[in-house]
Design a protein around this ligand. Structure first.
Ligand code: 6PG
Length: 250
């Protein structure tokens, strides 16, 4: 099995990706709780993390995480109610959160249903600062998927919010996705994390993976994820790694 703690790790299948991501999640939780007494994780939306969430919700992984010392945050949310099939919160709730003993008050969802998305973004920033250390606002672990166009969370190519320096959370609009209005962590919030873990599967992502990892001039949002003082792991299945040329670390 690949060692998914920093760098590029390639596994054979989406199932192996879920298994490896589960190991990283369990180890990150244990380390954070051992060092600081608690674990703050930001979940990713989209389809790729479903396997991870389902594995985490079952044994033996479920019992290896101290859920009572875990705070659950979100990397982004679509502007829909939490019951909507497009809601990232709903996906995480159904696959993981309703099945593990994380205290309800420690599940911090983004209010996708709010009519004023900018206000909801500001409110979520206040939540982040309250849950995390107020000055540094560092998540212990941020999970990220990546879109075909290299977007991460809801940071899409060409978006002015990619230049954000101060805000940790922003409301955005995009024509690149079915749900156009979204609320997202910004690069300063993502790059403050202790560990950012990309989970990427499928041959259709291979070009964007190669562009983000191999092109030093890439301006793709994924290429701009570089934790300032933390670990960055790209966990790929073999298909997603297909355009990388020589294998990176395995
Ligand atoms: C979202 C996301 C988004 C997602 C990627 C990859 O809300 O849509 O958080 O950034 O992670 O689009 O999505 P898939 O895993 O479905 O390919």
């Amino acid at each position: 099995m690949a060692k998914a703690l920093g760098g590029v790790a390639i596994v054979e299948t989406p199932a192996a990706l879920a298994a490896e991501a589960t190991e990283v999640f369990v180890r990150s939780a244990a380390e954070a709780i051992g060092d600081r007494g608690r674990f703050a994780v930001a979940l990713a939306g989209g389809a790729t993390p479903r396997g991870l969430y389902t594995t985490l919700a079952g044994e033996p992984a479920r019992s290896r995480v101290d859920w009572r010392r875990t705070w659950v945050l979100f990397g982004d949310e679509r502007c829909v109610p939490p019951t909507d099939p497009e809601s990232n919160y709903r996906m995480a709730w159904e696959t993981l959160l309703e099945k593990v003993p994380v205290p309800a008050g420690q599940i911090c969802r983004i209010a996708g249903e709010a009519t004023d998305a900018a206000r909801a973004a500001a409110d979520y920033e206040a939540t982040l600062r309250a849950v995390l250390e107020p000055d540094a606002a560092r998540c212990d672990l941020i999970l990220l998927g990546m879109g075909l166009d290299g977007h991460v969370a809801s940071l899409f190519p060409g978006s002015p919010v990619l230049e954000e320096r101060d805000r940790l959370v922003a409301a955005v609009e995009t024509r690149a996705a079915v749900v156009s209005r979204r609320i997202t962590l910004t690069l300063p919030a993502i790059n403050a994390a202790r560990h950012v873990l990309f989970l990427i599967a499928g041959a259709e992502k291979a070009r964007a993976v190669a562009a983000a990892l191999r092109d030093p001039a890439s301006t793709l949002p994924a290429a701009r994820v570089r934790p300032r003082d933390g670990v960055l792991t790209w966990l790929l299945d073999r298909a997603a790694a297909g355009a990388l040329g020589r294998p990176a670390t395995t």
